[in-house]
Structures are given as C-alpha cells and as structure tokens.
Design a protein around this ligand. Structure first.
Ligand SMILES: *Cc1c(COP(=O)(O)O)cnc(C)c1O
Length: 351
C-alpha cells in the first residue's frame, strides 16, 4: 500500500515527560484516508492540524462517528512496538456496520498505524508507564441533511504521547465508584458493543454527577432491571469471587475490550480460573467480591476500592489493590515495555 507523506515544516518541541498527562499533546503528523461511495483513497501522512469539514457532515448531525484507542511502546531495548493493533482495527471494522459506516480493511488500518508511528517515532516516550497513544477516528463527512447513511467517510489517526497513568511508583491507586442505578450507558439492541462516540456522550452526565459527589466514575448496570453489572466508566469490569476471576459475558451492551481479552488470557496462563458469567448487583452489594477492577487501554487495570449503592458503601479489599489485579497489571505492563516475554505475539515492531 502506498502512503503519501507530507512532512511538517515546523516540528514541535517535545513536551516535558512529567507534564504529559493524557491526550494533551499531539505528535507532528496525522494519518488521513478518505472513503467515497465505498472506495478508499490512498492514505496520507500530513502535518497535524485542523480538519476542514462540511458543516452539514453526517458525523456532526446524526452521530455517525466512532473511534479506537491503542498504544505504541518504547521497549527497554529502545525499539518501538505497537500493542495488538490488529485487534483494534478489527474491532472498528466489526462495529462500523452497526452505525451503517464503512471502516478501512483491518490490514490496511494496521499499516497506517505503523506508518504514522514510524514517521513520529521520536514522539514515543521511554519513561516507565509512558506510551504513544493512537486515536483512530472514523467520521461521516458527506454534506447532506437527509437522514440516511453518509456516502463519504474520513478515517484519520492522531497520536498523543501520554504519561504514566498512576503517579506513584508502586502503581495502582484504587478509585471510589458510584453505582448508577437510574441512568444507563447502553441498552439491549443498542450500539453499546460498538466504540461509537455516542456511547461516550451518553456516559458523561452520570460521570459528572458522580464526580460532584466525590466519586471518580460510575458502575453501569444492565438497562432493563439494573440487576446485573456491565462496565465501570469506560472500562470492562472484573471481580474476584471465591477463587474465580469473573467478568460479564460480551453482549450488545458491552464493549469487547482488547485489555479485557488480554487479561483473561494472562490470568489463564497463571492458572487462575476465568469465568464469563453475569455478575449481580446483590453479589457485589453483599460484599462477596474480594477484588473489583476495571480494564482498558489507558489504565490497563484500575482497582475499585469502594462501591456506593445509593449511600450504602461497600469497601473492596479494605480499599487496597488486590493481588490478582496487581499480578495482571505487572504482567501486561511488563510485556508492553519488554521486560516480560511476549508469549502471545501481541507486540509488533515498528520498522
Ligand atoms: C474502549 C472501551 C473499553 C476498553 O477497551 P480496551 O480495548 O481494553 O481499551 C471498555 N468499555 C468501553 C465502553 C469502551 O469504550
């Protein structure tokens, strides 16, 4: 695949690694690729900058928009590798039809990720816990107000050097979570299984209310009965119950996280029994879970120290990160920075 490259004439200075945070800085270039009537044009790498978009574009009116999130790491050997980029590309391709959108062929999308990271490889930080976060975005761009799927799409990828998620060196800082017993993120038959921008719009209000009450995020329950636990914030959910690592089975209201899949694989490698089954509100409210944690690309593992059920507070593992959360976090982050063997072939060298 040919990729046309237009280099920036004004490279930006590298930000201070201590000030990176998440999604505040962007590398010098971005990838773009347009699709018209089902045909993808040649991808391009161009200087990072504003997009010109038709004010009548479908993404802006009817929410035909979805995204992905994945990371490139600098290994202890100084080389740059992408983590499971194929899984993200496939997930976008799988989710797009639900929004009547057209995603690039996964193999092509992976080539585009590699080309962008290769061009901006100096933007991949090396400090412990840091990475270059890629944000692929797929938006409907046809300027037409009639309600039907767009005939034009733009796939573009921006790259942001991000800092260590946990500020303290020992890692993992448990969060306090409010159980959302009224509003919902995703409903049966809806678009919760696709990484649609609209799912994030749905989630913002609950998260903002929880923050006002001193909680960092919400625990999402099923839309019908609020009896089953689904996800935590924008992460998949795991609980340690008895001697099993339990996570709700995938459904049309749960996003198939790449981290979820990775942690389940690593847990099985360690001989931990992994079970996909519904987790009930009453189980968690009764305090049966020894550990609860979220999983996602940004934090990898985010332990839950406290759950608040409409004022009834349930402490998890005394508010401390649990041993399984810690072991899985150490294993996956170790693989990502190259200090542990990548036995599943998840890392691909960026040449
Ligand atoms: C992105 C996302 C996740 C986590 O997916 P990863 O591939 O592990 O980053 C989980 N839940 C929701 C709702 C998401 O949008």
């Amino acid at each position: 695949m040919a990729i046309r490259i237009t280099r920036t004439s004004s490279p930006k200075p590298q930000p201070d690694v201590k000030k990176l945070g998440f999604g505040k800085f962007f590398s010098d270039h971005m990838a773009t690729c347009e699709c018209v009537d089902g045909k993808w044009a040649e991808p391009q790498l161009v200087p990072f900058g504003p997009l010109s978009i038709d004010p009548a574009a479908g993404a802006l009116h009817y929410g035909q928009a979805m995204f992905e999130g994945l990371k490139a790491f600098r290994g202890e050997d100084g080389k740059v590798r992408l983590f499971r980029a194929d899984a993200n590309a496939k997930r976008m391709a799988k989710g797009a039809p639900r929004l009547c959108m057209q995603a690039p062929d996964p193999a092509k999308a992976v080539e585009i990720f590699h080309a962008l990271v290769a061009l901006d490889r100096d933007w991949v930080p090396s400090a412990l816990g840091t990475s270059l976060y890629l944000r692929p975005n797929l938006i409907a761009t046809e300027g037409y107000l009639g309600v039907r799927p767009s005939t034009r799409y733009l796939f573009y990828v921006i790259a942001s050097p991000v800092g260590a998620y946990y500020s303290n060196a020992s890692g993992l800082e448990p969060v306090r979570i409010k159980v959302e017993l009224k509003l919902t993120r995703a409903a049966p038959g809806g678009i919760g299984a696709a990484k649609a921008a609209a799912n994030y719009a749905t989630s913002l209000y609950s998260a903002a209310e929880a923050k006002k009450e001193g909680y960092s995020q919400v625990l999402w329950m099923d839309a019908k009965e609020h009896a089953f636990v689904e996800e935590v914030g924008t992460m998949n959910l795991f609980a340690v119950i008895g001697d099993e690592l339990v996570t709700p089975p995938l459904s049309d209201s749960i996003l198939a996280g790449v981290t979820r899949d990775s942690l389940m694989t690593l847990a099985r490698d360690k001989g931990i029994k992994v079970v996909e089954r519904p987790i009930t509100r009453s189980e968690l409210e009764a305090g049966t879970a020894k550990e609860v944690f979220g999983s996602g690309t940004a934090a990898v593992v985010s332990p839950v120290g406290e759950l608040n059920f409409e004022g009834k507070k349930v402490m998890i593992n005394g508010g401390q990160p649990g041993p399984i959360a810690k072991a899985l976090y150490d294993e996956l982050t170790g693989i990502q920075r190259g200090s542990k063997p990548d036995t599943h072939g998840w890392l691909k060298l960026v040449e």
